[in-house]
Design a protein around this ligand. Sequence first.
Ligand code: SF4
Ligand code: SF4
Length: 159
Amino acid sequence: MQHQFIETNLEEIAIKSIARAQENIDFVEHLQQLNIDELDDTVYELDSLISPQIDCTLCGNCCKTLMINVEAPEADIAARHLGISRVVFDEAYIEKSMGGKMLVNKIPCHFLQDNKCTIYLSRFAGCKEFPALHLPRIKNRLFTIFMHYGRCPIIYNVM
Ligand code: SF4
Ligand code: SF4
């Protein structure tokens, strides 16, 4: 495949995302018409070409802008990683959503330093998955994926 220009400038991506709002709505409608497995395969292929060309440690925009869900076993692991008790961990880093879910209580995330995750090996499942273009049934997740189009250079360039 011919080498493509990869856009990583977050400001540019945010501006283009606004400018392309209608175009992206139309594009999602088009993607909805495609076969679910074929769409997965196409996105996997593009993701495997583009992701290696984007250095997340130079970006960190997901860690700077997203609310991070935390499950209790993940909080246990992170607390252990930090050498503190779950009570201290929860007091320092967790808040409860209206629905009772645990969330990291700060955006940008507490654990981001110099664009790097300080609990990388113990980071939460949502952190490991994002932007989740390697996971199946993309067709059912297009709304969420395009919600992050203006935020994540991987999503922007793949889409
Ligand atoms: S825990 Fe680490 S990977 Fe997850 S949002 Fe915070 S800094 Fe980012
Ligand atoms: S996953 Fe996307 S938003 Fe997060 S650091 Fe990597 S390129 Fe940036």
